[in-house]
Design a protein around this ligand. Structure first.
Ligand code: SF4
Length: 588
């Protein structure tokens, strides 16, 4: 039964463990892991069929880090544990609250973890949050005390008796780790990886399928963690110094939608001569509402944008020529990741080829394809529920509701089983026609360099020089290697050949010398990676174990206490009757 108390009796003295679900992830198992649903965003749903050229990387469970940084209670984060590592933690350490964050398809793992907590820490309160919280009647499916929906920071602050209105402390964290492409793991050194920045959550546009928008209130709603451009600038300034970064991944569904805030940030970046680069998510209409000068001034180098599909119903795309928009952004060096939905209401087996060709014709640098999926909490889910078209648990396992395999409902025109093939066709066509994403990205970077290398504003000029520097050396080597490897595919080979020649023409003898030298290494790495992938190699994230200041202080106190106990090697007088020896330590 769900507990109803509004605050924890121990308040900020409660010891907290926050954990993501356990791995390994990229395998089919009885807990609901799926080989085609690895813990990698790009390999999972963007560069899935690009083989050795797929961009591989992991992202931390940022919601857990955000909560940990904003509560006064001792809090430990265990990210990407194995089942053994999670079990060991709850066997050996005592906690008052254990929180698990998950997406819906990992419900089997959450169930197992709740069960283990009940066995090893029966007194601990079990919380479950993240996208899984939107599942109807979740409380009846798992042994949790609380299901936490929406803003976890505010929820925790209230629950621990802290002031929920206090300003937020942003965790100092990198956006990704373990980045790997063409068989080479890239450096995770300061300066090489962008910092993660979360200014807001939710999106007021409220598209009918959008689970993130729904999780934070749906249409018309969002939560601003940082309300002003000044606040964001200060956080970025701190990150620049602490993490030694000048690149930021803005994890905000529609960062540019908050226009006043973005333009104030631009003002401050200009005033303080910050040549930062920003990777953002944006809807097409919103990005079009900015001038190119504003986008370039803000340092936007990467946009993740919903293209959804031809003649779609979404206002955010009305009257916008998205192909023209993509081309224009790329001509300024802005890389575009387009996102297309397979299985919209009007998609039929007859028009799917057209829909896929239309998506591919955007020639984006990266392309995400996802099945049109009614996720719990969204208006689309409610619509299907009302119509009685959702599959039952017996017909469809929740572990498969990740948007890369099957519909979880009866589509009006597409028979069950066909959608997976359409999805594969879409990824395949994009790869066949547009070639490896790395080549496309280098082409866009070259365009940016050529346009801005002599820009009169030093801040802009130097930023482009810094951002595009790798295309003169290591990336040119990658193009050299890809060109060799695609010798059988005439169209892609030709594209890469032209790109390599353009790089040589632009950068001269230095690039001509370096490209084949680094290229040979890249080629060998590609061939090795292809062998590895053929053997079924899967990429798994490492485990992170981090304590906040309060948890470190508690650990310190406990160590001192234990030390004192150990050094008592002389006879200890028995406590006087009526005085309990453990009563003092019990006050922790
Ligand atoms: S615009 Fe994008 S983020 Fe906003 S609701 Fe639509 S799909 Fe979600």
């Amino acid at each position: 039964m769900m507990k109803t108390q509004t605050t924890h009796p121990l308040g900020t003295k409660a010891r907290i463990l926050l954990s993501s679900v356990f791995g390994p992830y990229a395998q089919d198992d009885e807990y609901g892991s799926r080989k085609i649903n690895p813990m990698e965003l790009y390999q999972n749903q963007v560069t899935r069929l690009q083989g050795a050229y797929s961009l591989r990387m992991f992202h931390r469970s940022f919601a857990l880090l955000m909560i940990q940084a904003n509560i006064d209670a001792p809090c430990t984060v265990l990210d990407f544990p194995s089942l053994d590592r999670f079990t060991l933690e709850i066997k050996n350490q005592s906690y008052d609250i254990i929180g698990i964050s998950s997406i819906g398809p990992n419900i089997g793992k959450v169930r197992t973890m709740c069960h283990l907590i009940r066995a090893y820490q029966p007194h601990a309160m079990v919380l479950v949050g993240g996208h899984i919280a939107s599942i109807e009647n979740l409380d009846k499916m798992i042994e949790a005390d609380r299901i936490v929906k929406g803003d976890g920071v505010r929820w925790f602050r209230n629950f621990l008796g802290q002031n929920p209105e206090l300003p937020l402390t942003h965790p100092m964290a990198y956006s990704a780790f373990g980045a790997r492409i063409m068989g080479t793991t890239l450096r995770d050194k300061p300066g090489d990886v962008a910092a993660i920045l979360i200014p807001s959550v939710g999106c007021p546009i409220g598209c009918n399928f959008c689970s993130t928008s729904a999780l934070f209130g749906g249409k018309g709603r969002f939560i601003n963690f940082f309300k002003t451009g000044d606040e964001i600038f200060n956080v970025m300034d701190q990150m620049e110094r602490k993490l030694k970064v000048r690149s930021f991944f803005i994890l905000d569904e529609n960062f540019l939608l908050h226009r006043k805030r973005a333009l104030r940030l631009l003002e401050l970046m200009e005033k303080h001569q910050k040549g930062w680069t920003l990777n953002v998510f944006s809807s097409a209409r919103v990005i079009k509402s900015y001038t190119v000068e504003q986008l370039v001034g803000l340092g936007i180098i990467w946009v993740w944008m919903g293209l959804e599909g031809k003649n779609n119903q979404y206002r955010k795309l009305n009257d916008i020529d998205t192909r023209d928009l993509v081309r224009n952004l790329q001509s300024h060096g802005i890389r575009v990741l387009g996102s297309t939905i397979i299985g919209l209401e009007d998609h039929t087996p007859e028009n799917m080829t057209d829909a896929i060709e239309y998506a591919v014709s955007h020639e984006t640098d990266f392309h995400q394809f996802m099945l049109y999926t009614p996720n719990p909490g969204t208006p689309l889910y409610e619509k299907h529920k009302k119509a009685g078209t959702l599959f039952s648990e017996a017909e469809f396992s929740m572990a498969d509701a990740h948007g890369q395999y099957r519909f979880n409902y009866r589509h009006p025109h597409i028979d069950s089983g066909m959608e997976g093939r359409f999805l594969i066709n879409a990824f395949t066509r994009d790869f066949q026609i547009n070639g490896p994403s790395l080549g496309r990205l280098i082409r866009t970077m070259l365009k940016g360099w050529q346009r801005y290398k002599n820009h009169p504003d030093k801040r802009i000029r130097e930023r482009y020089q810094w951002d595009t520097a790798p295309i003169q050396t290591i990336y040119a080597g990658a193009v050299w290697a890809m060109k060799k490897r695609f010798y059988k595919n005439k169209a892609t080979h030709q594209k890469l050949n032209i790109l390599l020649k353009d790089l040589y023409r632009e950068f001269g003898w230095k690039t001509r010398i370096v490209a084949p030298i680094t290229g040979i290494y890249c080629l060998a790495a590609i061939i090795n990676e292809e062998r590895r992938l053929k053997k079924g190699w899967a990429y798994e994230p490492e485990t992170f174990y981090e304590k906040n200041q309060a948890a470190l202080a508690l650990e310190q106190r406990e160590m001192v206490r234990k030390k004192k106990t150990i050094t008592l090697n002389f006879p200890v007088p028995k406590p006087a009757p009526g005085i309990c020896a453990s009563s003092k330590s019990g006050s922790y």
